[in-house]
Design a protein around this ligand. Structure first.
Ligand SMILES: O=P([O-])(O)O[C@H]1O[C@H](COP(=O)(O)O)[C@@H](O)[C@H](O)[C@H]1O
Ligand SMILES: [Mg+2]
Length: 576
């Protein structure tokens, strides 16, 4: 008992009142008596909204995902809706993923909204996140919620919030909503549902979304090319199983093999260490199956169906996992070619990506005389750009973390439509005697070979958070001056919004919202970004190096040299 800090004890004791149920109180008592460390982790702060909504470990406490923290969020949102749309019948759409407790938490969110007079459209079963983004607009809702922690480990859950346009909350609403939530007491949350305000949704929205996906993810690839494409698909125990097989069939793909061991939705993700297509291990079963079946493409989506991992044959026919940058480059090239062919490039189109994604994309996009815009990490910022620039046509957007969005019919990354686009490209390339991978290499010969690596260092809990903060403070105090023998020429600090040119000692203002991100550029074209993850307890370093590639035949040598360069950099900077 004596080990509990007084402020933690008082925060925990506030949860021992009648506002909270017996189970919660028992668990808190238990932690107080037996596990003060866990009590502190659970109560030392309130959960916050990050890159993609609010995420946390499930359990009791203010720093955990539970009925009370999400109830308070929802009460705050309902209060905000009332203020923002006075006199209107407000409406909210709610979806949930395969995680443990997602369904129950979705019902609680529906209860609190309805208790406050908000009309609720609740999916009758699990669905991918992009379908919720679609549903918000389709059903003319004022906001939307998805209960999901995306690809985080099984002990996590979360709460993604969408606004009227189908994009996740961004300024100015994000701060306004958070202020209302923070001003509430737990006792002010109304859980008394009005069942007559809760409507179940499923097939109608599914059909509309599937149709829109097929339309947006299909171009001029022939029916025979599609039939000839061998596809292996895995939903990694997640939500995309509800839609992807159906849209592939609708779009004309007949040779689709679903990874059976991973098709059942399961919040424990029993066949993978992490249900994240960014981790090579996640696609292992699918890759083995691809070998056996001699398939042309492997696709795996994350639990909430918004990010996708792809593997395709390299020039020797060996399956190779692509990273988010690779996929984004080929997809964007393909979309630009299609727009060009359809005579739709008029000079007011744009492609968007994030500051930690490959700088090569800019070169590809601008070679089509299309505008390239860069935003902070988080697809919500890409969605915001679309809103902020009604005068521009959005072609597509992506980010290094395996997310892509085709056109603007949904306002978040969408692995359903992106799966169709990946198959469209692979089928067409195969028919033309080329390949998805060869196309990537051709882009390298035109724009240089870019090699990117992400290093994520996991640092959990209170101490981890402190350590991550300190690492960035240290970097600011002692910035890298030279990296792999190349002088650092520019340092961007997105927290102070300054770009320091170390050569002419000038300083420019960065004109995007503040964020704890540092980016270094060297005279040789190396780019290194550092930031804390906004979804997981990690610090992330993004390394990008590049070199000219004169012919495809040389790609392995050049790639090898760049891999060695990245290794040297990691060693020198002591990151991973
Ligand atoms: O996790 P998801 O699929 O919802 O994706 C979310 O998190 C990713 C990782 O963010 P961070 O680097 O801050 O962890 C972001 O890239 C993405 O835009 C965001 O929507
Ligand atoms: Mg996700």
């Amino acid at each position: 008992m004596s080990q509990i800090k007084p402020e933690i004890r008082s925060r925990a004791e506030a949860w021992l009142t009648d506002v909270f149920d017996k189970e919660t109180k028992n668990e808190i008592q238990n932690l107080m008596e037996n596990n003060p460390k866990e009590l502190e982790e659970s109560f030392y702060k309130n959960l916050e909204f990050g890159t993609g909504g609010m995420r946390g470990i499930m359990g009791v406490g203010t720093n955990r995902i539970n009925k009370y923290t999400l109830g308070k969020n929802t009460q705050g949102l309902a209060d905000f809706l009332k203020k923002e749309f006075p006199g209107e019948q407000t409406k909210a759409a709610i979806a949930y993923d395969c995680r443990n407790n997602s369904k129950e938490l979705a019902k609680i969110v529906a209860d609190v909204f309805s208790a406050n007079g908000v009309e609720v459209y609740l999916f009758s079963d699990l669905r991918p996140t992009p379908e919720l983004s679609f549903a918000v607009k389709h059903l003319d809702c004022h906001c939307g919620i998805v209960l999901t922690a995306s690809h985080n480990p099984p002990e996590y859950n979360g709460y993604k919030v969408y606004w009227q346009d189908g994009g996740q909350l961004v300024p100015p609403q994000d701060k306004q909503v958070v202020d209302v939530i923070n001003s509430l007491e737990y006792s002010e949350v109304n859980f008394d549902s009005k069942e007559e305000l809760i409507h179940k949704i499923d097939t109608d929205v599914d059909n509309a979304f599937s149709e829109a996906s097929v339309k947006n993810g299909s171009f001029d690839t022939s029916a025979s090319a599609k039939e000839n494409l061998g596809i292996i698909f895995t939903s990694l125990h997640g939500t995309s199983i509800t839609l992807v097989p159906g849209v592939l069939e609708k779009a004309g793909y007949s040779d689709v093999t679903i990874v059976q061991e991973q098709k059942e939705p399961d919040g424990n993700f029993p066949t993978v260490k992490s249900p994240n297509p960014e981790e090579p291990e996640a696609l292992k079963i699918a890759l083995d199956l691809a070998k056996e079946k001699n398939a042309d493409i492997v696709i795996g989506t994350d639990p909430d169906g918004d990010r996708l991992g792809i593997a395709v044959p390299d020039l020797n026919g060996e399956m190779i996992l692509l990273n988010g940058n690779h996929t984004m480059l080929v997809m964007t090239w393909f979309l630009l070619e299609q727009w060009k062919k359809q005579d739709k490039l008029k000079g007011n189109e744009f492609v968007a990506s994030t500051i930690v994604s490959t700088p090569m994309l800019k070169n590809v996009v601008e070679s089509y005389n299309v505008q390239y815009h860069e935003v902070l990490t988080g697809f919500k910022w890409i969605a915001k750009l679309i809103n902020d620039h009604p005068e521009l046509d959005f072609v597509g957007g992506g980010e290094e973390s395996f997310g892509y969005m085709v056109g603007d019919f949904v306002r978040d990354k969408d692995a359903v439509t992106a799966t169709l686009l990946a198959c469209e490209i692979a089928a067409k390339m195969k028919e033309e005697g080329s390949s998805f991978y060869k196309k990537l290499l051709e882009l390298y010969t035109e724009h240089g070979l870019y090699r990117e690596e992400l290093i994520s260092l996991v640092k959990k809990g209170i101490e981890g958070e402190q350590e991550i903060k300190q690492m960035l403070i240290d970097l600011r105090e002692n910035p890298w001056q030279e990296i792999d023998g190349e002088k650092v020429v520019l340092i961007e600090d997105y927290q102070s919004s300054t770009a320091k040119n170390l050569q002419d000692h000038t300083e420019e203002k960065i004109d995007i919202p503040k964020s704890n991100v540092l980016i270094y550029y060297t005279e040789g074209g190396t780019k290194i970004a550092a930031r804390p993850s906004g979804t997981e307890p990690k610090i992330k370093f993004y390394i990008s190096v590049n070199a000219d590639l004169d012919s495809i035949e040389n790609h392995q040598n050049v790639n090898q040299e760049l891999a060695e360069k990245v290794s040297r950099i990691k060693k020198e900077l002591q990151i991973g």
